[in-house]
Design a protein around this ligand. Sequence first.
Ligand code: SF4
Length: 155
Amino acid sequence: MVETIPPRLPIAWRNMLFRCKHCGEKCCGLTPEVSEEDVEKIRRVKPSFNPHLTPEGRMILVGEKGFCPFLKNRLCTIHDYKPLLCRLYPFYPVEKKVLERLLSLPEDVEVVKHGSDEYVFLFDEQCPGVGEGDPVDFRKLLEAFLASKSSACSF
Ligand code: SF4
């Protein structure tokens, strides 16, 4: 599913806590890749929106100083329409068998099953919301991820 594992991203554990602090410090400066589906969704509230095209032809979200163009006063102005990667952040699901080829998983790793497949989650430990708030609903995150994949998301 993913071809390249981001370097040094830690693996989410069972009952992990997260609560977004709405700081806009990390997630909104990641210039995420967006799918055609993401673009269509954003255009429902920003009709003139066009993603930035990289020399390789990837569509990304980037504005002034590398931050998201929809970030205003540290708040997301397209919250209900934001791209998949923003909805998943700071987590990203990876097939367990893919990760196991590269490293041994910790005993307390969170594993979510989907049919015969199993997923674990990498996360960005730079996000200040990690470790705060309530237990993460990893199943819900996985469902959002898989639903987007099945509608031809291409990152
Ligand atoms: S707490 Fe994390 S997810 Fe929330 S705005 Fe800050 S960096 Fe982004």
